[in-house]
Design a protein around this ligand. Sequence first.
Ligand code: PFF
Length: 467
Amino acid sequence: MHSVSAADSGKRISLHGTWSSRMAFILAVTGSAVGLGNIWKFPYVAGENGGGAFVLVYLACVFLIGMPVMMSEILIGRRGRRNPVATMALLGEEEGHSRQWLWVGGMGVVAGILILSYYSVIAGWTLAYVVKSVGGAFSGADAETVGNIFGSFVGDWRLLAVCHTLFMALTVFVVARGVERGLEQAVRVMVPALLILLLVLLGYSVTSGSFRSGVEFMFTPDFSKLTWDSVLAAMGQAFFTLSIGMGAIMAYGAYLPEETSITGASAAVVTADTSIAILAGLVIFPLVFANGLNPADGPGLVFQTLPLALGQMPGGAFFSTLFFVLLSFAAWTSAIGLMEPAVAWLVERYQRSRAQAAMIVGTLIWALGFGTVLSFNLLADLTFYKGTLFDNVDHLTSNIMLPLGGVFIAVFAGWIMCRNSTADELGNTGTAYKVWHFLARYVAPIGILFVFLKAVGLLDWVAAAFG
Ligand code: PFF
């Protein structure tokens, strides 16, 4: 591990180079944030948790917890300029506390590996759907046909394994070459194109006849439907969609030039990410109702609603191909972020080349991915706690590991780092700084812990025991 004295902290440079511009950084972080989480996960998790009230809690979590944690992560990353494990150790020591903060980075490395193990499988579905779209599989198809196509696809574990393998190979390839090369161009084209296509689809869903029901489902909060488990799911979704709580943004922050505004960059990313998720919901829920589908249908929701809509549109095969190509790209630029903490750590800690590190981490993730591949077919009946193996890995990572990582990151930036260090990185001591400091110190950690305790029923148990 590298130890750098406090004296050179201001001039510390990253071992992996820096982003060529402020825009390059914003694009990379946006690329990592915008992914399957916005278009695949947000609608089905919102659907499973009853819509409106869930969406409201999700938005509150994004702005009151997500944004300050993202800023904390970037500032920690830029100050340490190392992989998340080494950065936490270094800053822990430098701020006069302890090297043991490295475990926060360590948990992030593990979370990234676990998340990518299933993320890659779902990304593999999008690759397969590109091929199906090209072949015109959805042209003119009705809800039942599209449902059957999905069912028989996920039922075939060999096919899922092939798609998962292909996607992991693509990810390893980019990570091995270094984060910056190619990524910038991909994101620059992909995010605006995705936005435009979603707007086109929105035009279609407005005319679907059920636009109103879709909007009402999403925005009319019915708090009686909200359980503490749904609140936990909303918080987990906020962390997942913003790529925070696991060091990915910290790793990206390590390559950030000194002069870039962390507050401005975070605001841009959070706005882009949230808009795309809401837009995806506005496209998908009206289609769900127009076609008599169930919003609580689970991970297949997007793969059953969008092909249906696209199949009815003029030029459907073309638009459907374009949509799944863009979604694959979005997943690709996110997967890179998921691998980055582990790869940067291996490179620095064991002096591996990036290519070697990417191969090692990629192979491990690929093997773990079989847990998810089989969750949709051979092992579909093997359920415990939250459901299948996939459901449990998802719950453990999104709803527990990421928010827990967020608590530690917020506490570290808000309490362990001195005001001089954080004000130095955030570039001011005005109102924006004060708001961030308050959110990072109190709102984020207390909010997250409160939701945890409520979700496992511990608070009620204590109240009952003493009340
Ligand atoms: N934010 C990504 C998405 O919404 O699809 C998922 C993700 C990417 C999470 C990178 C964490 C990460 F480091």
